[in-house]
Design a protein around this ligand. Sequence first.
Ligand code: SAH
Length: 352
Amino acid sequence: MNLDLINLMDLNIAETEQLMQDIGEPKYRGRQLFKWVHQKGAVQFGEMTDLPRSLRDKLQDSAAPGGLSVITAKTSADGTTKYLFGLADGNAVESVFLPHDYGCSVCVSSQVGCRMGCRFCASTMEGLVRNLSAGEIYAQVMGIQAKTGSRIDSVVMMGSGEPMDNLDEVLKFIALLTSPDGLNIGSRHLTMSTCGVVPGILRLAEANNQVTLSISLHAPNDEIRDRIMPINRKYSIAELLRACRDYVLKTNRRVTFEYALINGVNDSREQAIELGRLLKGLLCHVNLIPLNQVEERAYKKPEPARVKEFKAALQALGIPVTVRKEMGGDIDAACGQLRRRVSGDQSVPGRR
Ligand code: SAH
């Protein structure tokens, strides 16, 4: 795609209508065009059969539908499929298709790379390359829906990147996703995961768009969290939990805490009790994730018995807790590993 072209996937209905008027077309063409791009997933103007030929020709010269190219796709034995999508500027992002018994979900990336620096994560190892636009995030969902032929019921923002570090585009993405003329996915079916960018959480609470907020907590105290998540030196656990309480108060939604269990770092019984005391009284749910071992990182996951013990200790304190089902472990479907693996190969576009 020529980078000077307008990416139609980035535009909401009002902006698409404005574009039509700017090029001398009636306003109602905007909604038709929006539906082709955001609902029907047209990748070429030739498919847009209810638009006049003259309009399609005009668009051909100035705009692009904004679909992404698939660089690689890997399917796991459990059906999880990980896609590496190519962006117009040659960068690449990862997205994952997760078929569940209760419907299909897609995990999207919000940035190329990440600047948050969490010590156990592969996505952040080379820092932030750039933010994704709303349309580039949306295109990951459209691309997976088209490739799999499955209706997508829910979206989680747990791919690479920190959504709160790109919040303007992420909020626009949410508006696109929930549009009745787009994929029409209810915001309650959208989960935004953050490492704890407090001003972003407060802004999301203010917007009250009913998105599920998921906090990557991973530690029961500041001493440990400071060590594994640099963001904690900016916003302490106390500040983070205050923002979560604000979110619950304003939205009435239960907050999820993600807790990746790392052998010998945050996985003892005492630490489970400390975590339970910390979260007591908050409308929340804890999701335990045995660490996904990243080749380039020294951290290891605990033995299953330790995971069980940690879970039991939290339960004993009355904290709702589950252990996340591991999916796609055989295809590097977690945490920035595919982009790194493929971009290690010089022949692939997107290598910096
Ligand atoms: N930046 C956002 C969303 C992307 S990461 C955030 O931090 O929440 C999605 C989730 O995967 C986060 O909970 C993150 O902490 C976790 N994660 C990253 N690397 C991991 C690993 N090696 N094993 C398990 N979880 C990991």
